[in-house]
Design a protein around this ligand. Structure first.
Ligand code: ASP
Length: 438
């Protein structure tokens, strides 16, 4: 039988109504055998996620203040879900235990993880599935990094004994048994880890949107959904700020070649976006897969006559960045100029020292920094095959009177990166989108 691993985000499990919807999705397909839940998320926009309430409890205890009002809200969230679902399940003992642990400084990660833990118990009961505590199957090393191989070996074996189970997302355990979480949104990673261990045919990631859109809908109205995207394209777009899936969630399934399907819990009939390893097919209508961008970049421009003949020039400049612990984004260069594009935020505290040190190392004719750059990535596996894509990108920008300050085409022809003034950012995104999506 096929195996699907299904992960449901916080908004998909925010209240009893959503639990019912989730159960109907799971029961509609008997291959949906392993379920990874987040903690209850927001029911409405001003609502607070259970995870955030747990962090608040931790902070209150640390400051020596009373966490009771917040903890009672957490209790009420779970109890209302249990009551409305009409299941025979009480979390009272668990809640008493968690409360005592929080009171005794059990750690920030422990506090946050209880949202998923308690939700997992309720969901398992409601579905009639086994419950597997993630602390027993997801492992971190002493240095805090995730131990993929150990986890995979143990989890694979445990899953074989449980044909249907709920494994809470977001956390695992350290070698000394204490709880550690992934970074925020980390249940996506757990889903991917479980999919790998279950040797799943598909990892379904259920959220509150019908997949990835070709552009940020806050900038481009009615942006179209992406039907199929490769892992590499997704990396490019996510890096530039397109967020639906946690960045690190790609690695375990990519390793195992398992596709991810982003689906909408509130519109289960929508096909969503399929994320695959490779595909020959591409969107011939649109050519590009999507565009994404971010503001907040700076460019350091270094000029020196005969730079091209000075062996080791680039290495010395980059060496300074390395010593300062700064990573760079792009490195456009001319014969006698070299520019380093980096995140303004990263540059901030190092600015003066960095410039002085570059001057000492390479003795340039001039060096300057400009802030206020925005980067736009136009991404598409179809670009390699379709002639004139770059021309269309630049024409669209020119027609919209956008001044392009930097261009970089990734070596695998998967993307074209433009640097524009932050003030032109939204406008440029809209113009490029309109060029490809008529
Ligand atoms: N509940 C956690 C968070 O809010 C993890 C997750 O939802 O993936 O970040």
């Amino acid at each position: 039988m096929q195996v699907k691993v299904v992960k449901f985000g916080g908004s998909s499990l925010a209240d009893a109504e959503h639990f019912k919807q989730v159960a109907s999705i799971i029961h509609a397909d008997e291959t949906r055998r392993y379920v990874v839940p987040s903690a209850p998320g927001k029911r409405f926009s001003e609502d607070t996620k259970v995870t955030d309430m747990l962090y608040a409890c931790y902070d209150l205890v640390r400051r020596g203040e009373d966490m009771t009002p917040v903890f009672d809200q957490i209790r009420a969230r779970y109890n209302s879900i249990i009551e409305e679902l009409g299941i025979d399940c009480s979390l009272e003992d668990e809640l008493t235990f968690v409360r005592a642990a929080l009171q005794h400084n059990s750690g920030r990660d422990y506090a946050a993880s209880r949202g998923e833990y308690l939700n997992g118990i309720v969901l398992a009961k409601y579905l009639g599935f086994d419950f597997i505590d993630a602390a027993n199957v997801i492992f971190f090393r002493d240095d805090g990094s995730f131990d993929g191989e150990h986890t995979n070996a143990v989890l694979r074996e445990v899953l074989q004994r449980h044909p249907r189970a709920v494994i809470p997302g977001f956390y695992g355990s350290m070698p000394n048994g204490t709880i550690k979480t992934f970074s925020r949104g980390g249940s996506d990673i757990t889903g991917s880890i479980v999919a790998r261990a279950a040797e799943a045919d598909l990892y379904e990631n259920w959220t509150d949107v019908s997949g990835f859109l070709m552009a940020d809908p806050r900038i481009v109205k009615n942006a179209q959904p992406i039907d199929t995207i490769t892992y590499r394209e997704l990396r490019e777009l996510s890096y530039m700020g397109a967020t639906v899936l946690h960045e690190d969630a790609i690695f375990p399934v990519r390793f195992a070649g398992i596709p991810i399907n982003i689906r909408n819990t509130n519109a289960p009939a929508d096909a969503g976006t399929m994320i695959v390893a490779e595909t020959d097919k591409y969107d011939t209508e649109h050519v590009i897969t999507g565009i994404a961008g971010k503001k907040g970049f700076s460019v350091i421009t270094i000029e020196k006559d005969m730079m091209n003949a000075e062996i080791g020039f680039g290495r010395r400049v980059l060496g300074v960045l390395e010593e300062e612990g700064i990573s760079f984004e792009h490195l456009p260069s001319g014969i006698d100029t070299m520019s380093v594009v980096l995140n303004t935020h990263e540059l901030e505290e190092h600015r003066d020292r960095l410039l002085t040190r570059i001057c000492t190392k390479v003795n340039p004719d001039s060096i300057s920094v400009e802030d206020g750059l925005a980067l736009i990535a136009v991404v598409g596996r179809g670009m390699v095959k379709a002639k004139g894509t770059a021309a269309r990108v630049f024409r669209a920008a020119a027609d919209a009177s956008v001044n392009i300050r930097m261009i970089d085409q990734g070596s695998c022809e998967l993307n074209i990166i433009l640097g524009v003034d932050a003030a032109d950012f939204e406008h440029a995104m809209q113009a490029i989108y309109a060029e490809f999506v008529k």
